[in-house]
Design a protein around this ligand. Structure first.
Ligand code: NAP
Length: 286
């Protein structure tokens, strides 16, 4: 099913976020919480919980030692730049998966409902605050905004372990000239990299519509595959892990040059199993 980004009105996001909460609530941990054990004499039956890793200092670059140096372990502070329909849904899934999330807006006071629905791990701030807070950033803005974000915050974003670019050029919203210019640069993977030099960039979730995300996350049976493209191996590992915790399975389809296929209207767009994505990729050329 193809992604229809602009077809649903904003209020649907609230219903979608409620469903996201429900999807997370059926985790095996939730069942375990409900079990009551009568108190026993003697030492406790469960070993004590290991200590939590220390919080990563805001604005710091990726540590090279300690728990947060490993892209496969530990909670991550996530900044979501563009807390609209898609950014709101993705950030909510990350917050429900246990990651501290700061939703960024140029008007953070307008994000109160989103923060409430995303739960206790979520808060709102300015774009600058979210970047300072984050280990990893989701960029979910109208494509032309990336140029300004790159000018204002490119150096800070380049220090992050991961920038996931969910943004797409759209002729309808951004004009034919912008789409033509992105195509001439080799597609949105390459074009975003040019606007955000030095960033550990991965494109992901570009063609799964915001309204579907809560229902598709953690679905029974085969997970929904999320095709991702990037040139940085550590960023790909971290993105894959975050995507898994959100209830999907990342499928690396190649470098940023393959980002041209991660937009609505291409064979990879919409909902596929990981195996289907691998089959489709065999038919595509970088
Ligand atoms: N909608 C979907 O289902 C979907 C699916 C896949 C990918 N995408 C892509 O995701 C991006 C966002 O789509 P959307 O539908 O979520 O749009 P949206 O609901 O209009 O949200 C866009 C957000 O971007 C923020 N923004 C705009 N200009 C900005 C700037 N210069 N600096 C910082 N933030 C800025 C806005 O925040 P403030 O105005 O509050 O600052 C707004 O919350 C698009 O590129 C789209 O192609 C969307």
């Amino acid at each position: 099913m193809a992604c229809r980004e602009r077809s649903s009105p904003r209020p649907t996001r609230r219903a979608a976020l409620r469903l996201a909460g429900a999807a997370i609530a059926v985790s095996p941990f939730a069942a375990a919480w409900g079990q009551q054990t009568p108190p026993l004499p003697g030492p406790p039956r469960m070993p004590p919980m290991p200590p939590m890793p220390p919080p990563h200092p805001p604005g710091g670059s990726m540590p090279t030692t300690g728990p947060l140096a490993n892209p496969e372990a530990g909670p991550r502070n996530i900044g979501v730049i563009g807390a609209g329909r898609e950014g709101g849904a993705l950030g909510t899934l990350l917050a429900k998966a246990g990651h501290p999330v700061m939703f960024a807006s140029r008007h953070p006071d307008q994000l109160k409902d989103l923060v409430t629905e995303a739960g206790p791990q979520a808060k709102a701030g300015t774009v600058e605050e979210a970047i300072a807070f984050a280990d990893a950033v989701l960029l979910v803005v109208p494509y032309p905004a990336i140029k300004d974000i790159g000018k204002d915050y490119g150096a800070a974003l380049a220090k992050k372990a991961l920038v996931i670019d969910v943004s797409n050029p759209s002729a309808k919203r951004d004009g034919d000239d912008l789409v033509k210019s992105v195509d001439e640069q080799g597609g949105p993977g390459k074009a975003t990299a040019a606007m955000l030099p030095g960033c550990h960039l991965v494109r992901a979730f570009n063609a799964i519509g915001f309204a579907q995300l809560p229902q598709l996350a953690h679905r029974q049976g085969d997970p929904v595959g999320v095709p991702i493209a990037g040139d940085d191996q550590n960023a790909i590992i971290l993105a894959s892990r975050l995507i898994k915790e959100m209830g999907f399975e990342a499928v690396s389809v190649g470098g940023l040059a393959m980002g041209k296929y991660l937009v609505p209207g291409t064979p990879l767009a919409g909902v596929h199993t990981p195996a289907e994505i691998r089959d489709i990729v065999k038919t595509l050329k970088a």
